[in-house]
Each structure stands twice: as structure tokens, then as C-alpha cells.
Design a protein around this ligand. Structure first.
Ligand code: OGA
Ligand code: MN
Length: 315
């Protein structure tokens, strides 16, 4: 059966059915998945029945999978290094009470794109629900292509060729973490154009996120005000929708033409177990052994923004 994609907004988001993602897919089926992604930016596959291994195997069809940073002696909750842990759980599967871990996850409640703070960005993120709260815990998505297209021409002209400066620690600071700006300045930042042509669709899109700290060549205050304005513009109701999760649901989003954020839920009482693979932009399907910049980036990171260390020490 071919892939059936039912749009959520006219040009953004689709509920997809018709493919069994637990089985190896043919080249034609993979093409159907990427075509739907190019058109809609976010695709929802309900009740997939995917295991961790199948989740990773399916994700490899789209390129090199980023690996979770490793730390000597650290125990991991999840069995595969390609699985990023987006849960509120400790390594033993209990609800975490660690302030640093909670703080880190709060950053996900801001509108963002995954790994915008890395030199090589993430293209697809594939998030699979293993356990969901009774209430809340939805994920929100915003259409940065349509939002760009609707900007006044003079704003488009102004943004052309502007470069955004992106930092992981900036987004954590914005979410309330106690990090001095000097400390952020001393750490790695990634430069990405604020506007780029989305490869799969040829449509122009904004690339901004909670990680975007400054705009090169603009005074800090002005640049930050513009970033805030653009995020507000992109996240108006006509560009956004939310996904209510059930166990087994998989959502794939293209970070290069969307933003997302997590919704609230009772973090201290309800378990929410979400696992994510992320594809590095510009890599070929099934690429296996590339460098591992995440481990390096996190190696000298303050505990307030290091989920792995928080998990080990705050268990
Ligand atoms: C993520 C993320 C939000 C959520 O996994 O990248 O932002 O709702 N998740 O879990
Ligand atoms: Mn995210």
C-alpha cells in the first residue's frame, strides 16, 4: 500500500499511514517518506510498533545518525548510542528529581530546532513515544517556510545574507539556567544563515531558534529583538499545530524548515518516555562512522546544561 499523507495545515504537517516502518523499506517507499517530508515538513506515523533497534534502522535510511555524548563511567538508560533520551526519567527509569536534568529539559519548552548549535545541523529528528502522560506533554510545530514567505519584502531583503550565531548554552540560559554571558561567549558557537533555501522543496525558509543568540553585524540588543520578533512571527496560530501522543507514535520533523517545542505536563508525577534519533544534514543514507562532535562539545560543559552528567550524579 502506498503512503497516504493527510495534511494538518494546508502546507504543513501530515498524518501518514500505509507503510510498515518495522520492516526494511524499498527505495521507492523511502522516497515516498522523504517526498512527504519535503512537502509537509512534519509527518506523524501512528502506532508504529517500532522497537529501539527498528527505530534506529528506519532512521538510517535518511543519513548519518548523531550519537549521544559519552562520559567515562556513565551509565545510559537507553541501549543504543543513536537514541537521545528526551524523557523525564533517571537511568533506572524513575521520575527524575534532579534539578539540572529538569532544567535541561525546560529548554525544550522553548521554540527551537535540534542541534542548531552544532556546525553541521540536524536535518530530520525522529521522535518515538514509549510512555506518555495522561494529560499534556504534546509537542508543537511551526512552519518556518510559510512564515518566511509571508514576511514583508523589506524584511526579506534585510534578512538576506544575515548570519545567526547559535549556542546551546544561550537557550539554556533563556530557559532559566544560571550561566553568565561571559561563560557562553567562551564556548563554541555555530554560525548559520538566518534564511536558506530548503533543499527538498526549493522553498526559502527562516532558520532561527532558541539557540540563536545574536545576528552578526547587528548590535546585540537589536539582533536579539529581531530574533524574538521572528520567532513570534513564525509561531502564530496559522503556522502552528500540536501533536497529541500515544505510545508507539513516531513524529519525523525536518529541522531545516520547522521549529518545535514541548508542551507542559506534570513533570514530577507522570512518566514521559520519548526517544529520538537525529540525522546529520548533508549525509548519505546508512553512513555509519563519522566524527563525534557532541562528545567534544559536552566535555567541558557546566552541570546545569549537561543532562548526561546530571543523570549520573543526580540518580
Ligand atoms: C526533542 C524535543 C519535545 C518533546 O526531542 O528534540 O524537543 O515534546 N522534544 O519531547
Ligand atoms: Mn528538540
Amino acid at each position: 500500500m502506498p503512503l497516504n499523507a493527510k495534511p494538518i495545515l494546508p502546507r504543513f504537517g501530515a498524518e501518514c499511514s500505509g507503510l510498515d516502518l518495522t520492516k526494511p523499506l524499498s527505495a521507492d517507499e523511502i522516497r515516498q517518506v522523504t517526498d512527504a517530508m519535503d512537502t509537509y515538513g512534519v509527518c506523524i506515523y501512528r502506532d508504529t510498533g517500532l522497537t529501539d533497534e527498528q527505530h534506529v534502522a528506519f532512521s538510517r535510511n535518511f543519513g548519518y545518525l548523531e550519537r549521544v555524548p559519552v562520559r567515562e563511567g556513565a551509565r545510559m538508560r537507553l541501549p543504543l548510542r543513536e537514541l537521545f533520551d528526551a524523557s523525564n526519567l533517571t537511568v533506572d527509569g524513575e521520575i527524575t528529581t534532579d534539578v539540572a536534568a529538569i532544567q535541561y529539559r525546560k529548554g525544550d519548552r522553548l521554540w527551537h530546532t535540534d542541534s542548531a548549535f552544532m556546525e553541521k545541523r540536524t536535518s530530520y529528528s525522529l521522535l518515538l513515544a514509549h510512555q506518555v502522560p495522561k494529560e499534556g506533554g504534546e509537542t508543537w510545530f511551526a512552519d518556518t517556510r510559510s512564515a518566511y514567505e509571508d514576511l514583508p519584502q523589506e524584511t526579506k531583503d534585510f534578512l538576506e545574507d544575515k548570519i545567526g550565531v547559535n549556542s546551546l548554552w544561550w537557550s539554556r540560559k533563556m530557559a532559566g539556567a544560571d550561566i553568565a554571558e561571559e561563560e557562553i561567549d567562551a564556548r563554541f558557537k555555530a554560525r548559520h544563515p538566518l534564511v536558506h533555501v530548503h533543499r527538498g522543496s526549493g522553498r526559502k525558509t527562516l532558520f532561527i531558534a532558541a539557540h540563536t543568540m545574536d545576528i552578526e553585524g547587528m548590535p546585540k540588543e537589536e539582533g536579539r529583538a529581531l530574533i524574538r520578533q521572528l520567532v513570534e512571527h513564525c509561531t502564530q496560530p496559522q503556522y502552528t499545530f500540536s501533536v497529541k501522543w500515544n505510545e508507539g507514535d513516531l513524529v519525523i520533523w525536518d529541522n531545516l524548515c520547522s521549529m518545535h517545542r514541548g508542551g507542559d505536563f506534570d513533570y514530577e508525577r507522570e512518566k514521559r518516555d520519548m526517544r529520538r534519533t537525529t540525522v546529520r544534514e548533508g549525509t548519505e543514507p546508512h553512513t555509519l562512522d563519522l566524527d563525534d562532535p557532541f562528545t567534544k562539545l559536552f566535555a567541558e560543559t557546566p552541570k546545569t546544561v549537561d543532562i548526561q552528567r546530571a543523570r549520573v550524579e543526580g540518580r
